[in-house]
Design a binder for this molecule. Sequence first.
Ligand code: ADP
Ligand code: TPW
Length: 598
Amino acid sequence: MGKMNEAPAPTATGNLIDGPNTQNDDTRHPSMTTDAQAPTTDGFHLVIDALKLNGITNIYGLPGIPITDLTRKAQAEGMRVISFRHEQNAGNAAAIAGFITQKPGVCLTVSAPGFLNGLTALANATTNCFPMILISGSSEREIVDLQQGDYEEMDQLAIAKPLCKAAFRVLHAEDIGVGVARAIRSAVSGRPGGVYLDLPAKLFSQSMDAEAGRKSLIKVVDPAPRQIPAPDAVKRALDLLKGAKRPLILLGKGAAYAQADADIRALVEKTGIPYLPMSMAKGLLPDTHPQSAAAARSYVLAEADVVMLVGARLNWLLSHGKGKTWGGPKQFIQVDISPTEIDSNVAIAAPVIGDIGSCVSALLAGIDGSFPKPPADWTGAIGERRDKNLTKMAETLAKNPSPMNFHSALNVVRDIVKANPDAMLVNEGANALDFTRSIVDMYKPRKRLDVGTWGIMGIGMGFAVAAAIETDLPVIAIEGDSAFGFSGMEVETICRYNLPVCVVIFNNNGVYGGKDVNPTGHSDAAPTVFVKGARYDKLIEAFGGVGVHAETPAELRRAMEEAVRSRKPTLINAVIDEGAGTESGRITSLNPQAAKKK
Ligand code: ADP
Ligand code: TPW
């Protein structure tokens, strides 16, 4: 391993600094005395080389001390550096890049405040099982640890630790390779999640012998090793499934992440079992698939006797697997990579632990022509309910009220997505989220990106940027007006990189709607109400994008069609009836209301 020194950042543009280096005159550093002419490298270049060596080509970040030069040099070295206006959006972009690609998305931030701004995204990535690495510059260890008041002083490693899967700090340039390798493995192996990598300012300017530096890097072999399920676990699951009278398969975003699309589809189709997709698993099979039970969701959850969860947790989104939603007694099969997920809410009769690709293919191997089809009275009852609900939905969608409501606007979005099934759909808000999820059919896997496990607002523009960067496909972001506000400044980023993003703001004048009034009669607006009739379309025009104000479905349709066709950054201000939504959308029951009587 080569020795290093702490020379100032070299001025070279390449990662190998050839020939005489003026900084090498410093004879305090033994490496320089042995061979003053030897090419050197430095911390900046080792970080870049380590990432590139592992196939990481994009960085989502925001420059400043001490990582400004890292962003510059990364760009000079051919990486794509996407510079944001706020770190939370860069972090969200990195997280969803991880979900889309199975490679850890990298977010790069400055010390303390930048780091903290990125931390929400890191925690959210961990919660959602998205692989990401938050790389943050940090201040001088000696000063930080003695709390002597350094520039942007903060013990970032300690703060990040409880919010991610793993946290590492690299103090020596020769350890950068190991640090990056450990970060990658931690992010993508087992249950994916967020990782923090702390790089103190001094590290970047450490220089070392270039050849030794190159040798210190690690190309991670098999970063997310397959985890093969035990044959007896697979048999137990199949036996349970075979004996079911009213079986149901529930697909979660883990199943979408796993990229085992063909096998998952084969599992559903070969067994003939009805399935329900969780929100980000929509499109794993087309939502129009005859076995989809989405339009009979409450019926199947209540009535099923055996439920096979594939990459979905029995958390609040599934009412913890118990209570009224789940009706009568039932038995669960759970396919998941995390053994400790099992029994976290209710007893799991048949856990199948392994990666979803391996588990589903093992299950498939045990399903032949003799596998019993689900009883016709079960599939028939689901079909009846589904058809009734779809007919009802079609009637609602066909109405054309003025102003638009969520249904009439989403009827347009539904058509646009149907005509462009490859487009990526980003979605946040309350009503804007819930109605979009239930009305807009998805046709392909990993196209729907949304607020995930936390129901977090603010993912919108970060997700949209990363979706465009990672796939080069058109992106449609359906945003509540409140939701949009959390990341709205990134429309500049969208315009700057000329991304094919069409943002549609469902503008109903506030959080959930715009009808609340201040009961005191004071001129302050009610807490949930925004400026009425705001023109969000003007925002994007400030940066050269296309702004459209749409008051009718026809106007919305025209604008969306043009946005997808032209691939120009577009923001459509879709005016929605301010009374059309409900408080908290579909999760009103979780909203504590003041108990105090007048
Ligand atoms: P949803 O919100 O769609 O219900 P969750 O985020 O609750 O989904 O659950 C995703 C589950 O998928 C997690 O328990 C996670 O451990 C699991 N998971 C993620 N990736 C894989 C994989 N490659 N193989 C197996 N399980 C996975
Ligand atoms: C980080 C709480 C949930 S939904 C929502 C808020 C503020 C906005 C709803 O209004 P919007 O949608 O977007 O206009 P619509 O269609 O109902 O009118 N802070 C964070 N996350 C959450 N979830 C909240 C606050 C919330």
